[in-house]
Design a protein around this ligand. Sequence first.
Ligand code: GLA
Length: 386
Amino acid sequence: MSASFPTTLVLLLVLGLGAVHRPLDNGLARTPPMGWNSWNHFHCDVSAQLIKETADALVASGMRDAGYQYVVIDDCWQVARDRAGRLVADSARFPGGIKPLADYVHAKGLKFGIYTDAGRRTCQGRPGTYGSEEIDARTFAEWGVDYVKEDWCNAEGLDAPTQYAKFRDALAKAGRPIVFSICEWGSNRPWEWGPRTGNLWRTTGDIGDRWASMIAILDLTTQYALAAGPGAWNDPDMLEVGNGGMTDDEYRAHFSLWAVMAAPLMAGNDVRAMPPATREILVNNEVVAVDQDTLGAPGMLVQEPALDLQVWSKPLADGSRAVVLLNRSGLQTVIAASWRAIGLTGPARVRDLWAHRDLGPFTGRFSATVPAHGVVMVSITPVRGG
Ligand code: GLA
């Protein structure tokens, strides 16, 4: 018996949606990737020495053990292609090329990442991967690359879903597990095709080391929260924590909000010379655990008690919620989260994830004084049978 027209239509729709939402199955990034990337602090000033010193510092500072894994060189490492069409690293800055550097990073118990561009040239005018997808994927695999960020400059006239799928397929063919980071700044609705193409996709233009930039990215990215899940993440861009443009309260807010969004946590500061306050933010294992929670459910804005005062909530695998009270205003104030807004009933235990302190059982609501441009971040765990 042949299916009726409406049945066929429904079937096609379901299959079609399934295809859109089915994440790339390369087995990687089951929780949001964590690591370090050179761009936000060093821009084009990258070298083998910087990468080695950074790898050393990630170990010495405890960041590796806190979960930061991928050490990623961003733009400007590449200068040309050789006769065989292979990318060539800047020999003054990377003597010996990339492979020994990847080996060094691996020997530290870390993973190694690199940057390219889906267009003809990178954003800084270096050779791009357009037309060289297969050879670049093979080269990266041979070098021992574990993570590739692919940018979108100089791609006029090209179709983003097509170009990124081409590189996804080339990476799969190269035979090495490589996290694929799509970086087209949210300009071609990547939340629609990103999940089947890459492990993460940028949702916006570049972050700036300013409160207003960080908050604007939060507001844009949260619109696409439902696209994310294990293996496929919205990427609101790399962290600015420690780069000097925000206060420590603002950086704590930045870090908390990225964790509640289940965003990749790619540090973007100079980890070789970190003040203790910066380090304490980056290695706060209770906040990192929220980001890395195995449920992989991104948090949402659930309550706006007044202008500039918000409550964000992220469901966790054990049935608790991670809750961020966000004060976007310039004045310290009290913010209350209601159980109704975060989907809880009955008594629940509240723990402050920045003070590392149990605050006790609460029923119905929890409120706290929140600094200007700052957060209070807690976990709220229902008391079973209470
Ligand atoms: C773009 C990307 C940035 C960075 C630079 C490098 O702007 O969005 O993250 O990679 O290019 O040139």
